[in-house]
Design a protein. Structure first.
Length: 270
DNA sequence: AGAACCACCTGGCAGC
DNA sequence: TGCTGCCAGGTGGTTC
């Protein structure tokens, strides 16, 4: 599920009612996520105040005085803010119970998500190799051009490589490449600086539009308020094999890169 | 170093 | 209706 727009939608929804609150309790109903949820989380966090909620790539980091609680939503996760009397549903694996009574509840059917305690995010193996954020000043055509030097893998894979740029998953890679009119199979090291400028702009524009729509909901994603996103209604190519390209009317084609579905317009993208 | 592939897990859907 | 096989928003680990 969640790529940058969905994770950021979640973060923005949580901030007003979670930052500044203290943790009353942590309930772990199912510790078997991607990695085991650390034991003793409740003892560690009880009484601790949430100072901020950060996002790095697709990771959320709840900042406490002693460290950070890292949350990743995997493919099917969501974090919702629910009242104390909300019945527990299937796949509601972890609750952060706040001193307000509200509960930050993680639901994740596929359990590819993660909840970990991180003392120092700058030195954590999951975080320290991450590339630039798409909305950082460091990100742009110049950066992509430089980093892609010598790479033969398709540009779509390059764009989805979190060590290059974070937050872009399969949906937004497809959509950004369409918006930039670049063919997903093109070798990343053989794309000009000016076309990378266009791609960087398309990435930002696509993510911005998705954020404005509250992200995408294909199946499970809901924001912190429990409401789905609606950017999937604006897809130009993703999941639209055989439908007319919104720019030229040619049928959208499907393919695969690195095991992931790819959608593109063969007449618009080169 | 870079790229290809597998693994993890559940649920929804198409096809028979 | 049920069964089987395939597919899905991610990403770490292994192998070449």
């Amino acid at each position: 599920m969640p790529e940058l727009p969905e994770v950021e939608t979640t973060r923005l929804g949580l901030v007003p009612r979670v930052v500044g609150r203290r943790i009353r309790d942590v309930v772990v109903r199912e510790p078997r996520l991607r990695w085991p949820v650390p034991r003793g989380l409740a003892a560690r966090l009880r009484g601790a105040q949430v100072r901020a909620i950060h996002r790095r790539g697709k990771y959320l980091l709840f900042e406490f005085e002693a460290g950070h609680l890292l949350v990743h939503l995997g493919m099917s996760g969501s974090l919702t803010l629910v009242p104390p009397d909300r019945p527990v549903r299937r796949h509601d694996h972890v609750d952060l119970v706040l001193d307000s009574g509200d509960i930050v509840r993680l639901n994740d059917a596929r359990r590819f998500g993660a909840v970990l305690w991180v003392r120092d995010p700058a030195r954590h193996p999951l975080l320290d190799g991450l590339g630039v954020e798409p909305f950082d000043d460091a990100f742009g055509g110049d950066y992509l051009h430089r980093v892609s030097h010598g790479r033969r893998a398709p540009v779509k894979q390059f764009l989805m490589d979190a060590r290059v740029v974070t937050g872009i998953g399969n949906i937004y890679a497809n959509e950004a490449l369409f918006a930039a009119r670049i063919h997903p199979s093109r070798a990343s090291g053989r794309i000009s600086r000016s076309r990378f400028d266009r791609l960087a702009g398309a990435v930002r524009a696509t993510l911005t539009r998705a954020l404005a729509a509250g992200g995408s909901t294909l199946r499970d994603f809901v924001g912190s308020d429990g409401q789905p996103g609606h950017f999937q209604l604006e897809y130009a190519v993703y999941g639209r094999e055989g439908s007319p390209c919104p720019a030229c009317g040619a049928p959208v084609r499907a393919g695969r890169h690195a095991g992931r579905s790819t959608f593109y317009c063969a007449s618009c993208q080169h």
